[in-house]
Design a protein. Structure first.
Length: 259
């Protein structure tokens, strides 16, 4: 049986995964803080008839060998943490991170991390995200507070009963390998052994990004690039299917030799 059948089948499956990944990127083009994913591929093992550097019949070293590959496989998806474009909302508790870092939130008994700065306050004045998870460290802004200000380095201040008050400061988390974070959905990430342990710091210091109040960070998806990827994957899928068809025609021709 021709190896082309199986090699082309792995190629078609790989292009299906590429289209799935591209579709997810495009679906989240308006998702706050979304980071696009890049899918990584690797070739499979090779059928080696003659290895490079083998000795020929006359004792000479062959400069090349005879190796036929067996296809392709997906090895992982890499999150691209490039900066998304800032979008002004005018809401006092909305924040965008300009640079590296993640907001930390309390998700039940665990913690999670996000670039989505669409925070608001609950009925107790605690700053929470869209799902109601508390910002960590906890920030409380009284319901009667006015002139709410969040400085670039995370200091929260407001006026209450005509008195200026400085509240707790917002901290950001960083990871040695943010691409190793696990995607949880709902714009949340979880720490893993691959990401390394979190390090907390003040915005605007030691490589942590600054905060920009009344803005949120848009998705970093480039629609044109994703459309090019979509077209490329579609054409590659068609070409692999044609390779299977060509192999089938070759076998058909061989079977018709004896009739």
């Amino acid at each position: 049986m021709l190896k082309a059948f199986y090699s082309s089948a792995t190629g078609m499956r790989a292009q299906e995964l590429l289209i799935d990944n591209t579709a997810n990127n495009l679906a989240n083009v308006n998702t706050t803080g979304f980071k696009k994913k890049h899918i990584n591929f690797a070739d499979l093992i090779y059928d080696t008839s003659t290895p490079p550097g083998a000795a020929s019949a006359n004792g000479q070293i062959k400069p090349i060998g005879l190796q036929i590959g067996t296809g392709v496989r997906a090895v992982g998806t890499t999150s691209i943490f490039s900066q998304g474009s800032p979008q002004e909302t005018g809401i006092d508790t909305h924040m965008a991170i300009e640079g590296d870092g993640f907001f930390k939130v309390q998700k039940g008994d665990t913690v999670a991390y996000t670039r989505d700065g669409t925070f608001t306050t609950n009925d107790q004045g605690q700053v929470v995200n869209s799902d109601g998870y508390l910002l960590d460290p906890q920030i409380t802004i009284p319901p009667t507070a006015t002139d709410i200000s969040i400085s670039p380095n995370g200091v929260v201040s407001y006026r209450q009963n005509g008195v200026s008050t400085t509240g707790a400061s917002i901290q950001l988390s960083r990871f040695a390998n943010p691409a190793g974070l696990q995607n949880l959905g709902s714009n949340l990430f979880a720490e893993t052994a691959a990401s390394g342990a979190e390090t907390l710091g003040e915005p605007g210091t030691d490589g942590y990004g600054q905060l920009r109040q009344r803005f949120i960070e848009g998705a970093n998806v480039e629609v044109v690039s994703e459309l090019v990827s979509l077209i490329t994957a579609q054409r590659a899928y068609e070409i692999n299917s044609r390779a299977i068809r060509a192999g089938d025609e070759m076998l058909s021709s061989a079977s018709n030799l004896v009739r």
